[in-house]
Design a protein around this ligand. Structure first.
Ligand SMILES: NC(=O)c1ccc[n+]([C@@H]2O[C@H](COP(=O)([O-])OP(=O)(O)OC[C@H]3O[C@@H](n4cnc5c(N)ncnc54)[C@H](OP(=O)(O)O)[C@@H]3O)[C@@H](O)[C@H]2O)c1
Length: 336
């Protein structure tokens, strides 16, 4: 494993971080058992993964806590989150966010959370989060229940990273979580220059999601983009559109390309990967430890896709059936 320092938190963390949310939820999302999820977390730890990201809404805090029990607390870095809106979309009072933090501590069975985030904050709610919730969180930091404060974006609702652009002007955030992938390169302009200048740690999500784990979805997305004149027609018409990345000395698969592309972006620190599959765990960690993709391939990805926005950020099933207010909160948060 390779390790890095997470911004000005000073925390040493593995560059590969196990995401306990997304559609995999450690495998619980596809019907696997708690025992399978615990085995997956332990296998990740055995491979050197020390960064684990969960959240109140994922339903994986308890199983993560059980999996990490017995490992000395300072050998792992735990990241969790509280939502800031209720099921009807009304901002939660700080007492409710504090109650969520206390619930997370109980479920994880820990005395403190290394990085505690406000979850999927939209730009319209940012000022509320900073002015009403951060003072309470800073008091918790003084008490020691939180070590560092973070904020995560809601990518499909904020494809231009407006919330993070504002948040990075405020000194309270030590860590941010953002969506970044081969066809969502906006943060190279909007986020990474600010995090690097200000010593803010970065956690990258959505690096593969479904656009690079389902070839048919990638092919359809490229056809749609070509129809809009946003990518060259010959790329969209190719049998395997990103085949140019796969060659001797290049990537071995689409997911290999996606994780390596993100890993070596200047400003990228922890690459989160979500999986419920031990084989994917091993190949993803191996990808993240390989050298960068060849420079010519990265330049081609920049030339082809740098100007795209709002691509590959929704789960495909939700793209066809937009959620309503009746959709369970956890799904709305995750899918949009
Ligand atoms: N707003 C927020 O704060 C927010 C929102 C979303 C996510 N997150 C965090 O970010 C983490 C990472 O996001 P993500 O879960 O979407 O991760 P991701 O790594 O970008 O994508 C995971 C998807 O790719 C599949 N996959 C993973 N490795 C694969 C491989 N080698 N081959 C084929 N398919 C593979 C997974 O299925 P398998 O299970 O089959 O491997 C899963 O469907 C989440 O787990 C969560 O902790 C935060």
């Amino acid at each position: 494993m390779q390790y890095t320092t997470l911004g000005r938190t000073g925390l040493r963390v593995s560059v590969a971080g196990l995401g306990c949310g997304g559609n995999s939820r450690l495998g619980l999302g596809s019907g696997k058992s708690d025992a399978d999820a615990i085995a997956l977390v332990r296998a990740a730890f055995d491979l050197g993964v020390t960064f684990f990201d969960t959240a109140e809404v994922y339903g994986t805090e308890e199983v993560l806590g059980r999996a990490l029990a017995g490992i000395p607390r300072d050998h792992v870095v735990i990241s969790s989150k509280s939502r800031i809106l209720d099921d009807g979309g009304t901002p939660l009072p700080s007492a409710a966010v504090l109650a969520n933090l206390e619930k997370s501590l109980r479920k994880l069975a820990v005395d403190y959370i290394d990085v505690f985030h406000l979850h999927a904050v939209q730009d319209a709610h940012y000022a509320y989060a900073r002015d009403e919730l951060v003072p309470m969180l800073l008091r918790q930091k003084e008490k020691g229940t939180i070590r560092h404060l973070g904020i995560t974006e809601s990518p499909p609702r904020d494809p231009d990273q407006l919330m993070l652009s504002h948040a990075l002007g405020d000194p309270c955030w030590e860590v941010v979580m953002l969506a970044y992938h081969m066809m969502n390169q906006g943060p190279r302009r909007t986020v990474f220059p600010l995090t690097m200048a200000r010593g803010v740690g970065t956690l990258l999500m959505f690096v593969v999601r479904n656009i690079f784990s389902r070839p048919a979805l990638l092919a359809q997305t490229l056809k749609d983009l070509a129809d809009e004149g946003l990518v060259p027609r010959e790329i969209a018409d190719a049998d395997e559109p990103l085949r140019f990345l796969m060659h001797d000395g290049g990537a071995s698969s689409l997911t290999d390309a996606a994780y390596r592309f993100a890993r070596y972006e200047p400003g990228a620190q922890v690459i989160l990967f979500g999986t419920g599959d031990q084989e994917h765990l091993r190949t993803n960690v191996a990808s993240l430890l390989k050298p960068p993709l060849p420079r010519a391939d990265v330049e081609k990805l920049h030339a082809l896709f740098a100007n795209l926005r709002d691509v590959g950020l929704v789960f495909p099933d939700f793209a066809r059936a937009p959620f309503s207010i009746a959709t369970p909160y956890v799904e709305r948060l995750e899918h949009r």
